[in-house]
Design a protein around this ligand. Structure first.
Ligand code: GRF
Length: 200
């Protein structure tokens, strides 16, 4: 049984999709061991409690980055997590944190990376005029939205889309992509060659 730790800061729809797939067995042999938020008002924390999962708020406000990261790492290690999923976690992780969990941290980003890293990626893509947008699940390294890509899903931008309908379409794909990526990583049948994840 693998232990998944979730880090989030907001509404937590990606977390909820993962939790559903864990409960239904679509993500087999895994459990969500802990959900951590840096914000007390994160909707995802309420959802976690409603689902009967362990939910912990570790406030980040006013703390040095690494100091906060050490508290979060301690909570995750206490739960013996095998995999950490960032799901709308609006914090940059310190290099120290990333080193504690090599190839064990995943993130989801609402663009086809390396296009549009950073905040409001869907709006950036829409304003740029792309015809194809999407989402990326990737390993986390020390750089923002940067590590090796595990899964990407594309959506077509239609003439009558606006940034809201585009973001909705991307989010639907996010909910599929994250569980796929988790299954790949937990199954362990891959190698990373350079930046490329190659299934073995
Ligand atoms: C998603 O768009 C995700 O790609 C980005 O933050 C958003 C989080 O949404 N990293 P939710 O909290 O999972 O609903």
């Amino acid at each position: 049984m693998k232990n998944i730790g979730i880090l989030l800061s907001g509404r937590g729809s990606n977390f909820e999709a993962i939790a559903k797939n864990v409960a239904s067995g679509k993500i087999p042999n895994a459990r969500i061991a802990i959900v951590v938020s840096n914000r007390a008002d994160a909707g995802g924390i309420e959802t976690a409690r409603r689902l009967g999962l362990e939910a912990l708020v570790i406030p980040s406000k006013g703390k040095a980055r690494e100091h906060h990261d050490r508290e979060v790492a301690a909570a995750l290690q206490q739960k013996k997590v095998d995999l950490i999923c960032l799901a709308g976690y609006l914090r940059l992780l310190s290099p120290w944190f990333v080193k504690q969990f090599p190839h064990q941290i995943l993130n989801i980003h609402p663009s086809l990376l390396p296009a549009f890293p950073g905040l409001e990626a869907q709006e950036q893509a829409f304003a740029y005029g792309v015809k194809v947008a999407g989402c990326t699940v990737h390993f986390v390294d020390e750089e923002l939205d940067h590590g090796a890509i595990i899964v990407q899903k594309a959506v077509t931008v239609l003439a009558d889309d606006d940034e809201h309908t585009l973001a909705e379409k991307i989010l639907k794909q996010e909910h599929v992509a994250y569980s796929e990526a988790i299954n790949t990583v937990l199954a362990g049948n891959y190698r990373i060659i350079g930046r490329r994840l190659v299934r073995s």
